[in-house]
Design a protein around this ligand. Structure first.
Ligand code: FES
Ligand SMILES: [Fe+2]
Length: 348
């Protein structure tokens, strides 16, 4: 029985997401002492760091009496349950039962559930099952000529895949972002563009649009967008607004549950060094608030992977290919080419 809003586990969208990397938090939200609770695809997880600073993502559950480990703390590089003070090492083995310090600790192999966790770009990434694709590459991250600004997180009562598709959709600009990214009184026809697919994901040819308030400088620009989808919940664009000016956005949407997502942005810009971070965030916050209202209104909440369920035109090409790709990934996963969450084997 599903609770209201819980993601249907049998759906191809869920199947496509359970073995992929998803951003769940900023790295600085998990300290050496404090675990953090997050939810991914309806699963309650605890994030914590061991003595080496390595990040872990486990089911937020203690196998003794079912308390949430996220309410506990980290001591000597081990996570301590808030209920009876049992401790578990990074491998998931119970190391301490305070009520019986002289006895051997019980094996926790069957009742501590470990998922896959990684840290990159100042973000924490989790995959529930063994990830079938690598962590995405953010092309400008190492390039010092690009200033990086974190924006968000933006919380939507909407679906993560709908929000990614919204990010990939250039024909909504004049309406949702009226007088910023387009002119609602004279919406520009969208020229045809191509979509390419390879093992790095999806990528478009250049899409040109005129924007009255094209970026944080507040000036009109002829923008040329190239979109990419690196992973199902990781998308990116490069926006060229001159010979050398580049405005890039690396977007991640956490699929918290079927109709709840969190959007994390990293913007990379190689111009306008004099502009304040507040000015950059002001425009990002406004644009993503405008998108929020639309994504939250979409029904059904879940992205329809059957193309017959909605109408499509040529400018929707990227959205169509995105839906096809998610469906394909879901079918591959549903055929059983994935593993279940790891259950730690006892160390002794
Ligand atoms: S419930 Fe965790 S130690 Fe008892
Ligand atoms: Fe938008």
């Amino acid at each position: 029985m599903l609770y209201k809003g819980q993601w249907d586990r049998a759906g191809l969208d869920y199947q496509a997401l359970k073995n992929q990397w998803h951003v769940v938090a900023r790295a600085d939200e998990v300290s050496a002492e404090r675990p953090k609770a997050v939810t991914l695809l309806g699963e309650e997880l605890v994030l914590w760091r061991d003595g080496a600073g390595q990040i872990h993502a486990w089911k937020d559950y203690c196998g003794h009496r079912g308390a949430k480990l996220s309410l506990g703390c980290v001591k000597k590089g081990e996570i301590e349950c808030p209920y009876h003070g049992w401790r578990f090492d990074a491998g998931g083995q119970c190391t301490r039962v305070p009520a019986h310090p002289d006895q051997a600790t019980p094996s926790s192999a069957r009742l501590i559930f470990r998922h896959h966790a990684a840290e990159r770009y100042g973000l924490i990434w989790v995959s529930l099952d063994a990830p079938v694709r690598p962590l995405p590459v953010f092309p400008e991250w190492e390039d010092a000529s690009f200033r990086k600004v974190f924006a968000g997180p933006y919380r939507y009562r909407g679906n993560a895949l709908r929000s990614v598709e919204n990010f990939l959709d250039a024909s909504h600009f004049p309406f949702v972002h009226a007088n910023l990214n387009g002119n609602p009184d004279a919406p520009e026809p969208l020229k045809d563009y191509q979509v390419f697919k390879d093992d790095r994901g999806l990528r478009t040819s250049e899409i040109s649009v005129f924007q009255p308030y094209g970026d944080h400088r507040g000036i009109p620009v002829d923008a040329r967008y190239t979109y990419s989808v690196f992973n199902p919940t990781t998308a990116y664009f490069v926006k060229k607004t001159g010979e050398t000016e580049r405005f890039c956005t690396f977007l991640n949407a956490t699929p918290v549950d079927e109709a709840e997502c969190v959007i994390w942005l990293i913007v990379a810009i190689n111009f306008g060094a004099e502009l304040t971070e507040e000015k950059i965030l002001y425009r990002q916050d406004m644009v993503f608030e405008q998108d929020r209202l639309i994504v939250e209104s979409q029904r059904p909440a879940r992205l329809p992977l059957d193309l017959q369920q909605e109408m499509h035109v040529r400018s929707d090409r990227l959205g169509i290919e995105y839906r096809r790709w998610i469906r394909e990934l879901g079918q591959i996963a549903a055929e059983g080419k994935t593993t279940q969450p790891e259950i730690e084997t006892a160390l002794s």
